[in-house]
Design a protein around this ligand. Sequence first.
Ligand SMILES: CCCCCCC[C@@H](O)CC(=O)SCCNC(=O)CCNC(=O)[C@H](O)C(C)(C)COP(=O)(O)OP(=O)(O)OC[C@H]1O[C@@H](n2cnc3c(N)ncnc32)[C@H](O)[C@@H]1OP(=O)(O)O
Length: 717
Amino acid sequence: MVLRFDNRVVVVTGAGAGLGREYALLFGKRGAKVVVNDLGGNFHGEGNSSRAADLVVEEIRKLGGTAVADYNSVVEGHKIIETAISNYGRIDVLVNNAGILRDKSIANISDNDWNLIHDVHLKGSFMTTRAAWPYFKKQKFGRIIMTTSNSGIYGNFGQANYSAAKLGLIGLANTVAIEGAKYNVHCNTICPTAASRMTKGILPDDLFDEMKPELIAPVVVYLCHEDTMDNGQVIESAVGFATKVHFVRGKGSLIRDSIKDVPTPETVKAKWGKITDMKNAKHFNSNMEVSSSFVSVMDRLKNPLPKDTFEDTYTYTFRDTILYALGIGVGTEDESNLKFIYENHPNFAAFPTYAVIPSIIMLMTSSITPSALENFDLSQVLHGEQFIEIVNPMRTEGTLTTRGNVIDVQQKKSGVVVTTECLSYDEGGQLMTRSQSSTFIVRGKSNGKYGGNPEKVINIIPNPSRQPDHTSIVKTNVDQAALYRLSGDLNPLHIDPNFALLGGFNRPIIHGLCTFGVSVRAVLKQYADNDPSLFKAVKVRFTKPVFPGDTLKVEMWQEGNRIHFRTLLAESNTEVISGAYVDLLNVIKSTSTSESIPQSSSNMALQSDAVFAAIKERVNADKAKAKSVNGVFLYKITKDGKVAKEWTLDLKNAVISEGAPSGKADTTITIADEDFIDIALGKLNPQQAFMKGKLKIQGNIMLAQKLSPLLKTDAKL
Ligand SMILES: CCCCCCC[C@@H](O)CC(=O)SCCNC(=O)CCNC(=O)[C@H](O)C(C)(C)COP(=O)(O)OP(=O)(O)OC[C@H]1O[C@@H](n2cnc3c(N)ncnc32)[C@H](O)[C@@H]1OP(=O)(O)O
């Protein structure tokens, strides 16, 4: 829809040239009756003439518009508004654009230079606004534009007078916006950078040429339309670009511990890092909002945190919950995962173990764990155990306040275990999550500050002795830790090979909490149909490190609503999570009989397991084809060339079995995971694979060719 200004009366100050002229022309073209104000002086504010305004009026009229000239100074703003009223009987839009420069460095600015600049920019805008105000208020409509400058926002050498006045205009606009809001009188501020007689010589020539004022006019005209409801905005525009500008305020810091204390320069110095930290800076919409933030400051001063309690706030959005889900391997291959990674899904939810993130960030960024220890460094720190209980489900965005204490310190032979308990509350003070984290500091020593309270620590529970009721196989991605760390645990142990060496690992290891999330995924899928609302609590112990790319085997036992589990490295059967359990509110058994749950992207091993199973079936079904051959080894190899698994294809008996055969095989075929899958899917012909050197055959090539049809399978992967 074309934005029109028919029957609207628009006053533009300083409209004889530059930006003002472009505004006036565009308003004129859009049907407005325009008062073209210009004193006709030079850009230092000297002299006057009616010529500049008259020329623009003429231009508007030539274009078929309606306009009248006004030659008054903005300092006598009432006279300009009077021109609108006497000619057209009303005023709807006021664009305060007039301005001059008196650039000098501070020592050289005379009183007159200072006053004149303030009179034209700041006082002039006030005078016109005050004069138009009764008309706006009466008709319950008005649109006002103030003009600021980046020189005001950021400062500029030689423009102290101008910068002060220009930033003053933002203050003026903010209050005008508040006072006018209930009468539909809106005031916004434009921050233009345009080529004009004022900016010639200040901007580089090539930039100056592209800074056409007509590129800014549409922004101002849009802001003044009756349908535009924005009020109190600062909009910057230049070279065909526009953006909103606003102030932000840091999270800040208390500089005294209680209402009885008095801050000192030393306490300010001690807190300076936090005072100036803008990481979680926020925009406030009103003075009132800022004042109410002091209520919680007062509350904290009157009720200081109990001794040795640490506190942190954590703000997150849907992007953070999705990033976390991706970090623990939630992927699109399983449609029931979409609710964790697609914000428009009707059941969009945070994966339940996301609840651990606020407390882990608190542990990583505060001195809670160090407060229990003698000197140590991060390379000694391993995650030992983790418990979380969902008291109220995490939302997909919000701010949580987490309070934590050290509850137990146990000196062991090989190190010290510090257990902390954290409670996370939402904005309304409602308890959302309870968590306990045990940190194992290898070779660490307690400083004796806290005692041992093992009874406060929620224990792991040995797994039932029977065979697991269900096993899921999940392959982690080689980049799993690199992705997971973006959820907040930036410990270099998980990304920096040199740092990992310091910790005694030959390459970076996966975060304990990532393995934890991957394992809980398997449990939630198998016993809760991937429904996050059924998740109540989880406890794990990390017993061995996991490396990115490892395949995990999650063994599970159901005992009522408690699912005991342990996680092993699939290749070596080494236990990496032990004595673990998930408490569910209700169990919904998965109907899947598969041994595995799909894993996003790097799921080659998993897929090829399924392919082998399909081949096995095929061999069994096609004994006739198989009977002439003695035996074949199939080696499945990983990308780096290591043999991951060996299979024996005993064609005489039509059996495929895991592991190398005892006797000598006729032929050995070595093939990489991804090529094997491509062949099995029919995307790659075995002969072609052989020619390209992807499929290595030792022994009887004829035999291998006989095998080709067997490698083709229509298994659903
Ligand atoms: C400051 C900020 C905090 C932030 C926290 C987290 C930051 C993250 O970025 C760090 C990570 O994610 S690290 C990755 C995940 N964790 C791991 O890989 C650790 C795996 N575990 C191990 O290597 C060993 O169990 C190991 C090395 C932990 C212990 O092995 P051993 O020394 O061989 O111990 P062992 O002989 O088995 O047992 C000795 C005593 O210690 C207890 N214990 C063992 N494992 C434990 C564990 N994981 N947690 C807690 N206690 C544990 C044993 O019960 C035993 O106790 P006792 O002597 O009383 O019988």
